[in-house]
Design a protein. Sequence first.
Length: 693
Amino acid sequence: MHDDARPLVPTLAWAMAGAAACAWMTPLEPNMLEEGIALHLAQRMVGGEHLFRDLASFTGPLPFELLALLFRAFGDGIFVARGAVAAMHGAATAACFALAYRARGDALAHVAAAAFAAAPVLLFPLFSLYFYALTALHLAMIAAWATARALDDARFALAAGALVALVALCKQNLGAGLAVAFLGCLAFARGAAPLARRLALYAAGGASVAAATLALYAWRGDLAALVDSLVFLPLSFRDTFGSAYPNLWPPGELLGDVYVERSRYVPALYGFRYGVFGRLGATPSLATQALYAAPFAALALAAVAALRRGLAPATWVHAALLAALVPGLFPRTDWGHLVYVLPAAVVQLCLVARAPAARAQRRALAAALAAGLAVAVVATGVWLHRAAGPATFGPKLPLRPVNEMLKAPALPRVIRALRERAAPGEPIFVARAEPIVYYATGTTNPTPYSGVIPGMREEQERVITRALERVRFVVMSDIDQPLYLYYSDELPGVWAHLERYFRVARGAPPGWLTLLERGEDRGPTAVDLFDRRASGRAWVREPGAPPAPAPSPAPRLAARMNRRVLDFWTGADGGGVDFEVDVPRDAVFQADVGLWQTIGLTSEYAHPERTIAIASLRRAGEPEDARVELARASLLDGRHQGRTWLPLEADLAAFAGARVELRLEVRPQGRIDERHRLAWFGSPRIALRPDTR
């Protein structure tokens, strides 16, 4: 154990270095979901709304309450939030150095601090945005330092317990893990402080924060909402967001779903620089595997070192921190979750590394490692700033994007359109994962939900559909996410309302973000053919042969532009799908056709070029030559280039009360190659006329 008093100057220096590295990145890269939620909720709290009562959340209240407090004091600018992140990162970097110095007492403590300080640059962009997981990590590092100090000075146990409780008020599962892990350290690690006193103060610190939180929310009248949101709501979630852990063998090759979804796993900097949708070579695959193995390697090396030569008490404390962070990689494993574990893994490797016996050699090694990190940070930071595009998101969001998706004009165009067409404070609805649009446009959210909550379906559908009745504009991801959940599956009632009453806004250019506006009522759905896709008879037609059953089921594709995609395979002479339906009175057939491209779980798909889309039917029992064509459209033939949907509609009054075979098909006007064997209709249905009672 080493004295913390001696390195006061380097501790302060590392605090400034960590804050500076974070501040350097704060002008870059808006974050649509995680930071958008924090900004949006804090703004609404400043306006008088109550967290958990008026605003739905299933994570702890501390990050939102803190940001609302900062907004009240300094205004609701984005740099108020990001400045707080830089300050927290500086404090956590100082704690990291102080903890590492207690563990080692040599120059390698500086390498540990340098690795943590470098995170906002080398793990860009998730360490420079305001997000509850990052707040939890910073508090956890400070709590680890306080726990190590408490082994010799029991007074610090009070602070350690309070800090662990604050972590739980950011991220419940991490706080619970830390509470147990640090309790074990205080109970069994060596230290001069009396065991009973350190444990009592640790418990008192945590209990005092918990009691204060419960008292505050009871005073506000929100205690029941707090307990329900933080305990019962998370327990009700399905395993919606689970994903595979990357294979670590064979080295240099990502397999199966991990390779298919590689954009979720590779380091963000690699994706910014090279993209991730082409073939991923052996070297980046191996590097990705090494990063995912690092937390477990660090814990394994700590265990080996403990058996061979023992560990300093402070090293045990940091190992406990890392062990509490690792479960956060499950059940959903991706780069966004690994980022918050990697700095602790690198610090742990520094703490257990064998260093040269000679002090001069240790200093030289530490200087070389720290210099290498410094060069990497400067080079990466300079490249990120050079690669960033101009700030085009309006005065509330003066951030420069690095991600190519955010450099595209889609988000700026939606923000600009809303700022021009929506009145200040007008309610709009952002349907999926872009709540930062509320913050950027000065509009309001008429629902408690700032994003999709994977539970509470009936309540969400009831609240959202009621709110949509007074909304003119909806912002929607152009592609309904296929990797983790489909919005159309999660909230089908909301999706049905959007399909019925909203359309792509006039003049809205295509892009990854779509602006919908209220249009004419298309009528209630009588028969949803997309929902009946499993009962449809899919077929293909080859030259000179009658229609034959499709060789395999078509893949599930993502919805686009407010339409779900009913797809089917085609042969050289076309293909389609038949449905047996009963036609109600006052019915109309509605569908959209001709959108060029969409995606599935494993691939992108392009519609066949130069085809004719046809909807037809025949009454049950009638011969094929009695089939009646309802509507047709020429697709991708030079006049329509597939950038938007084309409506395909027909009156069914002549078939009211009849049972019919309804056919949706495409007929090629030229050769279909193997890359264009999948065709589709958008949200085909039989609707009732809006005036039908």
